[in-house]
Design a protein around this ligand. Structure first.
Ligand code: NDP
Ligand code: 8X3
Length: 249
């Protein structure tokens, strides 16, 4: 039987590449994000894979619940959830931080992940089956200058992943965390509010990870048999020794 994967934040970057990789592995897909036109283009690219598009902001719990409740019968049994939607907003010392950026990060990266999980867990519980991949970050496992609230939001993802793994064990639901290092996506453009030159500098002088590199790891994890649970994996760029320690040529 065809398995169904639900990928949040599939309109760009890691989520988009994950949707492509999972389709190649034979999954049918629910792809989500706020930018519908991007998702429609992806669905076209994925043809003939069956794809259902949901557009919502992960911060809006009612919208998340309504979207999940609107899934047509053929897409209701979610086997794999990739909690990927999120990102960084700003990079400033805590004393200069913008509380609106803090809200965006905590509401998307932490509460958004909870909102989507909450909407999908009843089905997984009923079926006693499921596999959840939370996209954390190297930033959730170390703190770097000016990263403060982003690092805290990803540390929360690390803690929640462990908590979910424990709580969902009796329900036969596997929960894992993937921690990427520096991946060239729209991440830095979002962090620097559209400042393309500043975003490009982040990836200057070294070969960063591509979204496909992370997608391939996720694809491997979710295609392991039920007796294998890859609980946590950190993937750095080849030239990266720590979040901000990068060998630039
Ligand atoms: P992108 O900015 O390229 O993609 C982010 C995705 O998340 C988009 O599809 C976006 O969709 C979606 N998204 C963001 N906020 C919301 C929201 N409030 N509601 C719904 N969807 C949302 O970045 P990445 O692919 O790099 O980021 C994906 C994940 O990987 C994030 O959780 C990020 O923190 C994490 N990560 C990234 C790293 C990197 O170096 N790039 C490293 C470590 C972790 P839309 O705008 O259409 O809503
Ligand atoms: C994204 C990676 O180190 O730029 O989570 O914060 S980092």
């Amino acid at each position: 039987m065809t398995r169904t994967a639900f990928v949040s934040g599939a309109s760009s970057g890691i989520g988009r590449a994950t949707a492509v990789a999972l389709a190649a592995s034979g999954f049918q897909l629910v792809i989500t994000g706020r930018r519908r036109e991007r998702l429609e283009a992806l669905a076209q690219q994925l043809a003939p894979t069956p794809v259902h598009i949901l557009t919502f902001d992960v911060r809006d719990r009612a919208a998340v619940e309504a979207a999940v409740n609107s899934l047509p019968a053929g897409f209701q049994s979610i086997d794999v959830l990739v909690n990927n939607a999120g990102g960084a907003h700003g990079l400033a010392p805590i004393q200069d931080g913008d509380p609106n950026d803090w809200d965006l990060m905590l509401d998307s990266n932490v509460k958004g992940l909870l909102n989507v999980s909450h909407a999908l867990l009843p089905g997984m519980k009923e079926r006693q089956k499921g596999h959840i991949i939370n996209i954390g970050s190297i930033a959730g496992h170390e703190v770097y200058a000016n990263g403060n609230v982003y690092c805290a939001s990803k540390a929360a993802v690390a803690a929640l992943t462990k908590a979910m793994r424990i709580d969902l064990l009796p329900l036969h639901i596997r929960v894992a965390e993937v921690n990427p290092g520096a991946v060239e996506t729209e991440f830095s453009q979002v962090r620097f509010k559209g400042d393309a030159a500043r975003a490009a500098k982040v990836y200057e002088g070294f070969d960063p990870l591509k979204p496909e590199d992370i997608a391939e790891v996720i694809q491997f994890m979710v295609t392991r048999p039920a007796n294998v649970h890859i609980a946590e994996i950190t993937v750095l760029a080849g030239a990266q020794g720590a979040a901000t320690l990068i060998r630039r040529e």
